[in-house]
Design a protein around this ligand. Sequence first.
Ligand code: ADP
Ligand code: MG
Ligand code: MG
Length: 891
Amino acid sequence: MNKFVYMFDEGNSEKKELLGGKGANLAEMTRIGLPVPYGFTISTEACNSYYQEGKSISTEIELQVLDALHNLEEKTGKKLGDPINPLLVSVRSGAVFSMPGMMDTVLNLGMNDETVEGMARLTTNPRFAYDSYRRFIQMFSNVVLNIDSFYFEQFLEEVREEKGYSSDPEMTAENWQEVIKGYKEIVKKHTKSIFPENPKDQLFLSIKAVFDSWNNQRAIVYRRLHKIPDHLGTAVNIQSMVFGNMGNDSGTGVAFTRNPSTGESKLYGEYLINAQGEDVVAGIRTPNPIATLRNEMPEVYQQFVETCHLLEKHYQDMQDIEFTVERGKLFILQTRTGKRTAQAAIRIAVELVEEQIIGKKEAILRVDPDQLNQLLHRRIDDSYERKPLTKGLPASPGAATGKVVFDADEAEALAKDGERIILVRPETTPDDIHGIVAAQATITSRGGMTSHAAVVARGMGKACICGCESLDIDLKLKQFKVGDIIVNQGDIVTIDGSTGEIMFGEVPMIEPQLSDEFQLLLAWADGERKLGVRANADNPEDAKKALEFGAGGIGLCRTEHMFMDAARIPIVQEMILAETYEEREAALNKLLPMQQEDFEGIFEAMQGNPVTIRLLDPPLHEFLPDKEELLVEVTKLQMTESNFKELKDKEQLLRKVRQLHEFNPMLGHRGCRLGMIHPEIYVMQAKAIFYAIANVKEKGIDVKPEIMIPLVGHVNELKEMRQLVINAGLQVMEETGQEDDYLIGTMIEVPRAALTADQIAGEADFFSFGTNDLTQTTFGYSRDDAEGKFLQAYIQNKVLPENPFASLDQEGVGKLIETGIKLGRQTKPGLKMGVCGEHGGEKSSIQFCHDAGLDYVSCSPYRVPLARLAAAQAAIKSEQKQDVNKFQAQM
Ligand code: ADP
Ligand code: MG
Ligand code: MG
């Protein structure tokens, strides 16, 4: 015989899988002697059996339920349906992971025309009895019979009005009797049958309804969102009722053992006197803060505080507790680990260590790295009451205030003058990058959360809202409309990138900072982690930020962003357009000191920590104007015939743009292929690096440069580029008379590089797996096209489990990385290897990097704290796994 039903004193908190979270904790609290109304739990296995039997409760389960019911009746001395001393129960759903709103609770089950009289006599409180009965009819009808509560509410209001009452407490026992009659009519009208008076029917119908709710739309959506497997099923808890609505010595409430928003160690909660169950959360009456319970019911309050301490100690974490007081006696109805903000999570974890309730490793595991994003951006003061103009997609968190500007160049110019700017565009292209850099935040009316603007903004830790369709942008008039509100260029708006809200004017903000507790937790994490954490940074400001957030170096400095600067773009174009070697040299000579200055700034900022600089990577056409736009301009000039020189220039530019046009830029002439064909570009960059090293060292600052060749697919490419860098270095060192230590390495970002890593390692001092491109080249997806066109559908239809650009595809891309590591270290055992790319800041990818034996991950500066924490969690988890294995081996 299978056991499907467990009395509360048969379970414990370990049995969540079987009893659901609520059931397991009710059992645990019963076990440790807390005042929990007695009851039993029908297991998740029963739910699965219900579905296997074609949605029917098997006789076996039915008999076990009746047995448990009998047991409960014995224990309470009451009987379900007994007109003299009736047992009333609640029916509560409870899945393994709590799923709020899956099924509403049915209270006061067992009420009918007979038992209500019994209750009235027993309590000598007919008003209470009839009130409970009408509540039961309303809840049962709503939850089990699917009749909208609205009909009942409406009827109740009619009765109240007719009597001239303004609130429920004015209703008398007779009034409630009248309501009950009306309620039954409503049920008859909607179900074409009478309200089920038999308590056992009521019970089994409710159990069925809980099982059915496992597959309602809300529950399915919630499970998908939180990746909860469908096969778990839900448990059902049947519990004898206690009544918070028995008068002014009764009540009900909810409390957190610590403040879930700040983490402060102080009871946080609310209660209502003379109320039942859902009244507190439903928001019909405004509850009182828990602290006033001390005055109203001093003894109960004292007992409750003690219970809270006990539960927190027992579960070793902050708890969310539901309680009811019946005629001065306290009952605990639920406890669970309380949900909390990132700030609270950190503070609670650290303080629990200080209180010696948990250890440091456990504290590190308690904070979800994904949540930390909330903390590392400026945000709107929580106490401010918002009145948003409109709302778009929350594409990059953080808040920002500034003047609205509609053009990237203008945004850059105004920002140079010290203005705070919010860039508003219908959409953004790589041409707008300087505008995004200069602005505090970006808003687009088109494009999703993975659009260019969003990716760039997140990388820089700037707020961004995308796809705000309600913005009607007029670029000519320099204004946008929302309905009939017009916002002009220069007007001030504030945005919240974590909610997508756009507000008019300025609102109070809080600066991001690593709180003392956060620093402490990260220091503990640093003590545990084996992985190094570096940052991707392209300029001194980002480098400083990275260091402040605890990066141990720069894992990727992209030199092309330095080329994008408005002052430099014309020189870069000159270089690209050069027809002769001399012309190109001249342009490169102008660029060299600019690059050198950037490198000096970054080296200085990093104070002797390693800096990996990648030589130019994107195809050259990205630095030239758009072909279509140019064509329009040329055509216009041809028609006016006025400006001959300009026409000739533009025509030449157009020729070059056409010539550089690529059918598939992602797989085209880029990366080291540029250096192979135009070595002078890489020579210039290498020299700029060596001059910068010399200057910075001159100031007495240590420099650890690592020069990185992108997109190598064949060892011969690296061989040639390596020699080129060495020669440039020798030349500069001869000039400066210094001797520099430096490394030359490569990115592994095409499959062939990973597969021939043994050969490539022979020419490399380090590897950096460029997982963004490696994902593109392994899947054969172009990221922008994939995310814009089919990836969403793939994920929705479960063709792919996740977006491989966000979370590393361990089976495919991961296998190439593992191969690269193995082959690379075959040739050079200690070869230093890391990962750069967005995956370096994502927790499951970080876990993979740890397990694969990489030396470091590199991510955007704002994700560095997250990566430090995630790396520590990875180390602790694999240590725990080893301990388990060792233990099992000994058995
Ligand atoms: P949810 O999962 O939505 O929180 P619960 O099953 O916890 O639903 O029930 C909601 C509320 O109903 C509880 O907080 C409690 O106030 C009330 N309740 C549930 N069971 C009982 C009971 N046996 N006696 C008194 N009140 C109850
Ligand atoms: Mg609850
Ligand atoms: Mg790349």
